[in-house]
Design a binder for this molecule. Structure first.
Ligand SMILES: Cc1cc2nc3c(=O)[nH]c(=O)nc-3n(C[C@H](O)[C@H](O)[C@H](O)COP(=O)(O)OP(=O)(O)OC[C@H]3O[C@@H](n4cnc5c(N)ncnc54)[C@H](O)[C@@H]3O)c2cc1C
Length: 468
């Protein structure tokens, strides 16, 4: 049987290789280190963790990444099995001994009779590789990035992500904020009331600008310094440094908006949030890309009227990354529409984080193996963490309704990516009416138990098909 070729032996590539080989399909895993290193990797080990050693929360009932851990365990993940075996104490988080973890993943793959490891850089997968998984990550080598860019017709692949914070819609106070598009313009695909607007008085605006200027900012990595900013993606604190009024004439301009809560008062400045996913559960803060440290973002953005209790699905950032405009370029099973023999996995598809990258590698591996074996490809249900993440990558995003930087951004798994419950729990086990945090917790529990039940049904369906 012809092998599946996997390019990149990071979190996604290693998990994909394991999943393919587990279905008795041979694999060649091509990893360029140590022949060519990246700017962040320090060793030649497969599945090297380039920064923190944490897989984040392991709490599966009320945390989306904890749920993803549990689903991966049920799907026979090598990354999770090895993470569990190399755990170090970290409270409710799953943190690992990074050297032990990477060494154990490397050893497991090297010992597998169906896996061959080739230490070489692949600039373009040769024509005769008919089933390829590209999992080369945020630091994809320039030669491959250039070739993928040419294949996709995109203008750029490696650039600064200008990431604006994303807020859970149900944490925005709509007794203060309101829905309206500037000048009520509908635009293509819009309704005329597509933005959530948060009004600031002059005093609130001035205090906000002061806080931005004083806020604690993250530094660039040395190797990021050479990558240019895109026009139109300046961090808000850099805009604020250019003049006290700059933001009020930029992303915070108040024009074309009327506050229905009090139409007689004109806002001095307005923060706008735009729908970020098809489900309408997440909204991004328009033009609010920032290098403020996460703690300061939460503290400062919660001073914005309407966002006092904002829960953030992700915080803003500006850093170097390489990822595809996946909703446009990939099909539902992660294949490049322009060249379906290439399937993508990991952070290059637009997920973020060690665990998410490995989870997408896991799915890509299962899809590639099924394709090789001539079996039907079954997508995970959208109610599972795997399905929610896949949905974000391949289809869950709304195109921007006005000109601006492209809006698809890498994301960690979070509850905003899951389809809402048909009936959210309103009463506790003793029949008491649920309110506030207890209600939010009950909702999360309902989403995670629905996810695990649906995952088990999906797995049983796959097992039945394989047995036929
Ligand atoms: C500096 C930095 C810090 C990060 N910190 C964290 C963090 O603390 N926590 C977190 O959860 N996530 C973090 N991330 C985000 C991300 O989730 C990880 O980078 C994750 O490792 C991505 O997994 P991956 O498999 O997609 O890519 P990687 O793990 O980077 O694996 C890609 C592999 O492909 C190889 N490769 C690249 N090009 C080629 C080629 N042409 N031919 C052959 N091999 C190639 C690379 O050498 C690498 O081994 C960080 C990212 C960066 C860049």
């Amino acid at each position: 049987m012809q092998p599946v070729h996997i390019v990149g032996g990071g979190l996604a590539g290693c998990e994909a290789a394991w999943q393919v080989a587990a279905r008795n399909v041979p694999v060649v895993l091509h990893e360029m280190r140590p022949v060519r290193m990246t700017a962040a990797h320090k060793t030649q080990a497969l599945a090297e963790l380039v920064c923190s050693n944490s897989f984040r929360s392991d709490e599966r009932e009320t945390n989306a990444v904890g749920l993803l851990h549990e689903e991966m365990r049920r799907l026979g993940s090598l990354v999770m099995r090895t993470g569990d075996a190399n755990q170090v104490p970290a409270g409710g988080a799953l943190a690992v001994d990074r050297e032990g973890f990477a060494a154990a993943v490397t050893a497991a793959l090297e010992a597998h009779p169906l896996i061959t490891i080739a230490r070489e850089e692949i600039a373009l997968p040769p024509q005769d590789w008919d089933c390829v998984i590209v999992a080369t990550g945020p630091l994809t080598s320039p030669a491959l990035a250039d070739n993928v860019r040419a294949l996709t017709g995109e203008t750029a692949l490696a650039f600064f992500d200008a990431i604006a914070p994303i807020v859970h819609r149900d944490s925005i106070d709509m007794s203060v904020a309101w829905f309206q598009s500037r000048y009520d313009k509908a635009g293509p695909g819009g309704s005329g009331a597509d933005y959530i607007n948060c009004p600031l008085t002059r005093e609130q605006y001035e205090a906000f600008v002061e806080a931005l200027l004083a806020g604690d900012k993250a530094a660039f990595h040395e190797w990021e310094a050479a990558t240019p900013y895109f026009d139109g993606c300046l961090p808000i604190e850099v805009m604020a440094e250019r003049g006290r009024e700059t933001l009020r004439h930029g992303p915070m301009k108040p024009f074309g908006l009327t506050n229905p809560h009090d139409p007689t008062v004109k806002a001095y400045a307005v923060v706008q949030l735009r729908q970020d996913n098809k489900l309408g559960t997440l909204f991004n803060m328009v033009g609010f890309q920032t290098k403020l440290k996460h703690g300061d973002q939460v503290r400062i953005f919660r001073t914005i009227p309407g966002l006092e209790r904002a829960e953030f699905a992700r915080l803003g950032g500006v850093h170097r990354n390489t990822f595809l405009n996946s909703p446009k370029l990939l099909d539902p099973t992660l294949r490049l529409k322009a060249m379906p023999r290439l399937r993508f996995a990991g952070q290059i598809t637009g997920c973020e984080g060690y665990v998410e990258s490995a989870a997408i590698g896991l799915l890509a591996g299962r899809f590639a193996a099924a394709e090789r074996l001539g079996e039907p490809l079954m997508l995970p249900p959208p109610t599972t963490a795997h399905g929610a993440l896949l949905g974000h990558i391949t289809g869950g995003h709304v195109e921007t309704i006005d000109a601006g930087p492209r809006s698809f951004q890498p994301m960690n798994v979070n509850f905003g990516l899951f389809p809402p419950l048909t009936r959210a729990p309103s009463r506790g086990p003793d029949g008491e009416r649920l309110r506030g945090p207890a209600k939010a917790m009950a909702k999360k529990r309902a989403i995670t138990s629905r996810a695990l039940a649906d995952l088990d049904r999906w797995l049983a369906g796959e097992a039945m098909l394989a047995a036929e």
